[in-house]
Write a protein that binds this ligand. Sequence first.
Ligand SMILES: [Zn+2]
Length: 197
Amino acid sequence: MANCENCGEVLHRVIKGKLSGRRDIVFQGVVKCQTCGKISDITIREPKALKIPVIVSWMEDSQRIETELNPDVLLRVGDLLELPSGKAEVTAIESEGRRVPECTARHIDTVWAKRVDMVRIKITLVKAGRGSPKEIFVAPDREFCVGDIIEVGRVRALIQHIRVEQKTLHRGCAPASAIKRIYAKAGRPIRSNESSA
Ligand SMILES: [Zn+2]
């Protein structure tokens, strides 16, 4: 909104006006300053959000969607996008046929991003001395501790070890985003009339 030419305040009430414009959003109208009461004719021009193609990947799948960005916004690899499917981290930006580390939205052809609102945790579920591979999907900041009971499919299991980047934890906790694999001992199956843990 514009500043009042009389008192410099920005709060105005629209008396009449109209919006138009193709590339930009243009407001033309008459406004009244809420501080001093001065009435002014104004024209405000704002760039219209651009629809930018985004290829969002999550595990083996990828999906092509669009996100709206102000044309002047600078987007960088590593930035987080708020998409309808959740948060996604920008992994690549293409502008005029080249990969670039950053770019203003108006020059972006395509953005690649990966979902970061969910991570997959690999689990080795040990039952009667044999391990079987499983996986669960959780928020990246969810913490798991040795000794926790977790649900894996229809089975409750006790976490015995947690593999992180360089070592195996035999006690303590780690956030899902740091976990490479959980080793858990299968307990009894969850009956359908039990509520989940
Ligand atoms: Zn004023």
